[in-house]
Ligand binder design. Structure first.
Ligand code: ADP
Ligand code: MG
Length: 741
């Protein structure tokens, strides 16, 4: 009998060598770890194919037939054992590059076998490398018959095609009446497929081996799996029990049981993620009083009535109201401000900072890059004009005396708004009375990092996180699940939607003519090259080659170039030349992605657009369309694109809506690839739930978690004990979960 915490080594069929593989490759140490390793797909083994049916598009086939003969082919490392395998409709070659001796000894030419694997065309025939091969059990005969009948029609079509002699006249005893279209799955027709690594495959530890071990373990468990959700919840939501779900997730009794097992386990997973994050938000609310910003005074009103250069949009007004209410409520604000590129978040941040000023508090605005911080500084100073509100900049390049002066004035309370990069989190940056922290464009700021800013004041400051990368709702609920959300869903009036065009790089002449026309109209142009970390050197070479080409193509223009390898001062100088209009073309990497504002720039050309994420493309596109002129975004790609890539580019051409784009991106690529999620330090190693597909379950899980917290704030109702214990256990095993505390 086995228990979940038992070392995997002593499970029959495992042993030290396999245990080490499981351990090293998949982090599996105990019986429980093994059972927590879920299949990534299921294969319907009720369907048998005939060899004559095989075509090049099948991911796998299951065949029933006999080995006609064995043969050894090739020399040296290419040496392999080939078994010619036939079923009366044709022949495929089963091929083994390893373990030939074992195969030749174990299988013979008299016994019928079931063979399973991926067929690949080879020299006018199909072969299956390293197939699964086994003796059929009693249920197979029935399944073969069933499949065989479905193929009768097919057989008739093939009758004239010179079918070989029938080895197994299975069609003779096929049932006379047609079967239902989708006959009920016989037990175990759905077989699990487990992901295995290259090393595991070489160690003869393929999916089917793993599956055998799991099957054995499940049958030998000393006790049923304990329930991991409160009984009332399981009952009310009619969830499958944990025990049943764990068994069915590996070996589904039917397609329906599999669906139920999956939803149960997904729900459970999402439920605990949400319980963890909501519990954290609640505890935070209880623990910290917030600063009360009750006054609306000269700073706010003076700006609103005398300095605001335009009418606020309705969305800006609504959001400012939400934030004001929140900051006046007596609890600490933790709010996410979402709004598409160019919707005017900076202005909202400024007006909130002015509220802080009116209440005797300082504000700190954090930007991800120096350029952006500098631009914020310039924007804020310009908007404030002659108002007695002092804004200063603190970045890594502010040094020496200047730095000391700013730090001193900050501590004395003479600086009202400090704009900066990560430099502002440093310990020696001290405020007199920090009341508001604004984090701009920060996907990359985890909960724990945000919390560090609180230590800058006795009462933790209000926190406003602003993001222009629209995050799909499901992702926001997980990534920023502890934050209240405000959305600016409206652009300032008078903006012309940007026209997005997909162009193949072979059509460069047309592209260049287009660029030239815009420059002749007095506009400026961005040309962006991808820069992906792993191949940075090569990318810089690409960029430099591109730069040279642009200079040749446009001899009449001045061209700037900016990339991440430049020193901040050089980068800044180049940027400034473009901002002032001294250069017409800016060749750059994605360093210009965030925040740069040059209203006269009307064309954004993105080279190798297929290498960018959609949200990133959208951000880049947001650099143009800031003036009154018609702007263009041109996505340049090579001619041959995969289906997914083609779709992704099309999404960009069709939509200007950042939220829609983010949703599509999530659907096409999955959350793991979404920008910012890897660095976020949040629980994205979801084992079974999928943020792109399980939105409804996620919402349900969030509601249930919130309800549980409301009903049992002291966490001491006996019927919920199972949930609190489970949460505690998960926080021990998920490092990133307890980073939230
Ligand atoms: P983002 O939300 O992307 O940070 P910004 O704050 O940079 O956007 O604003 C983009 C541009 O829109 C700026 O030039 C800003 O001055 C302008 N803007 C902001 N609010 C309004 C408004 N209500 N009416 C007109 N222009 C506005
Ligand atoms: Mg901005």
């Amino acid at each position: 009998m086995l228990t979940l915490d038992q070392d995997i080594t002593y499970v029959p069929g495992v042993g030290p060598r396999r245990a080490e593989l499981l351990n090293k490759e998949l982090g599996i140490r105990t019986v429980g770890d093994l059972l927590d390793y879920f299949p990534y797909k299921y294969v319907d083994r009720s369907r048998f194919y005939r060899i004559a049916e095989i075509n090049g598009t099948m991911p796998y086939v299951q065949l029933y037939g006999q080995i006609l003969s064995f043969e050894s082919e090739g020399e040296g490392r290419g040496r392999r054992l080939v078994a010619h395998f036939g079923d009366g409709t044709g022949i495929v070659d089963l091929v083994w590059f390893q373990g030939a001796k074992y195969i030749a000894k174990t299988y013979d030419t008299r016994t019928p076998y079931v063979v399973f694997g991926k067929p690949q065309p080879y020299h006018g025939r199909y072969n299956i490398a390293h197939p699964e091969i086994e003796k059929p059990d009693s249920s197979v005969a029935e399944m073969v018959r069933r499949s065989a009948f479905e193929q009768q029609l097919f057989d008739r079509q093939q009758a004239s095609a010179g079918v070989e002699q029938e080895l197994f006249p299975t069609t003779d005893d096929a049932p006379a009446a047609p079967e239902p279209q989708h006959p009920a799955q016989p037990h175990s027709a759905l077989r699990p497929a487990y992901n295995t690594t290259e090393r595991m495959k070489r160690g003869m530890m393929q999916s089917n081996v793993l599956s055998r071990i799991v099957s054995h373990v499940l049958s030998q468990l000393a006790a049923p799996f304990e329930e991991t959700l409160p009984a009332s919840l399981v009952e009310r939501l009619k969830l499958m029990s944990h025990d049943e779900a764990m068994r069915n997730i590996h070996f589904p009794a039917s397609a329906d049981s599999l669906r139920r097992a999956q939803s149960r386990l997904k729900f459970e997973e999402l439920f605990y993620v949400q319980l963890n994050i909501l519990r954290y938000a609640k505890a935070r609310d209880r623990k910290y009083r917030g600063l009360v910003f009750s006054r609306v005074g000269d700073a706010f009103n003076g700006f609103y009535f005398h300095h605001l250069p335009f009418q606020l949009t309705n969305a800006q007004k609504r959001v400012i109201r939400e934030i004001r209410t929140d900051m006046g409520s007596g609890r600490q604000m933790n709010r996410l401000l979402q709004g598409d590129v160019g919707c005017g978040k900076t202005l909202v941040a400024l007006m909130c900072a002015l509220l802080a000023v009116d209440n005797g508090c300082q504000t700190c605005i954090m930007a991800p890059t120096e350029i952006l911080a500098e631009q914020h500084l310039a924007t804020l100073r310009q908007l404030l004009g002659d108002m007695p509100v002092r804004v200063e900049l603190l970045t890594g390049s502010v040094k020496g005396k200047a730095r000391k002066r700013i730090l001193d004035d900050l501590q004395a309370g003479h600086v009202h708004i400090l704009v900066g990069t990560h430099a502002v989190i440093e310990e020696n940056v001290l405020f007199a009375h920090l009341g508001l922290v604004v984090i701009d464009e920060q996907h990359r700021f985890g909960v724990a990092q945000r919390a560090r800013l609180w230590q800058k004041n006795v009462v933790p400051p209000h926190v406003l996180v602003m993001t222009a990368t629209p995050i799909p709702r499901t992702l926001a609920m997980t990534l920023y699940g502890d934050l209240d959300v405000s959305v600016i869903d409206e652009l300032p009036p008078g903006r012309k939607p940007i026209r997005t065009i997909h162009q193949f790089d072979a059509h460069r002449r047309t592209l260049n003519e287009h660029i030239r026309r815009q420059i002749q109209l007095g506009r400026q142009v961005y040309i962006v090259y991808p820069l992906i970390k792993e191949s940075e050197k090569m990318d810089i070479k690409n960029l430099e080659a591109g730069f040279a080409q642009v200079k040749t193509d446009f001899p009449e223009c001045s061209v700037s170039m900016v990339h991440g390898k430049l020193k901040p001062a050089e980068k800044d100088a180049e940027m400034q030349r473009f901002v002032r209009g001294e250069t017409q073309i800016m060749v750059a990497t994605t360093v210009i992605e965030v925040g740069v504002n040059v209203p006269n720039a009307s064309v954004m050309v993105i080279e190798n657009a297929e290498r960018f994420g959609l949200s990133q493309l959208h951000q880049l596109r947001g650099r143009v369309g800031r003036g009154a002129e018609q702007s263009f975004c041109i996505l340049v790609t090579k001619y041959q694109l995969s289906d997914v890539t083609r779709k992704r580019i099309q999404v960009m051409v069709d939509s200007n809506d950042g939220f829609e784009i983010a949703e599509q991106d999530l659907k096409l690529r999955g959350p793991g690839d979404l920008e910012g999620t890897q660095q976020s330090g949040m629980a994205f190693n979801l084992r079974i739930a999928n943020l792109a597909k399980d939105g409804i379950l996620l919402q349900m899980a969030r509601n249930e978690a919130a309800a549980l917290l409301d009903a049992d704030p002291a966490e001491n109702h006996p019927e919920n004990a199972v949930a609190w214990q489970r949460l505690q256990q998960l926080r021990k095993t998920h490092v990133d979960w307890s980073a939230i505390s």
